[in-house]
Design a binder for this molecule. Structure first.
Ligand SMILES: [Zn+2]
Length: 63
């Protein structure tokens, strides 16, 4: 059995199926517009940084 089905995911903003590959530069979003909408909602909610696994990446040159 050959699996040639392209992997698709649902756009987090509008729910449209998005092919997971280089042909979808805005994945996991279907378009730049959806990406911006999601980023805007996320930023408005609160700038929260989740725990970084194996963390230790300190931004240099800040403060
Ligand atoms: Zn979308």
């Amino acid at each position: 059995m050959a699996k040639t089905k392209p992997r698709t995911i649902a756009c987090p903003t509008c729910g449209k199926p998005v092919e997971w590959g280089p042909q979808s530069p805005f994945r996991p979003f279907c378009s730049e517009r959806c990406k911006k909408i999601d980023l805007g909602a996320w930023a408005a909610e609160e700038y929260r940084v989740p725990e970084q696994p194996g963390g230790g990446q300190l931004p240099e040159g800040e403060q």
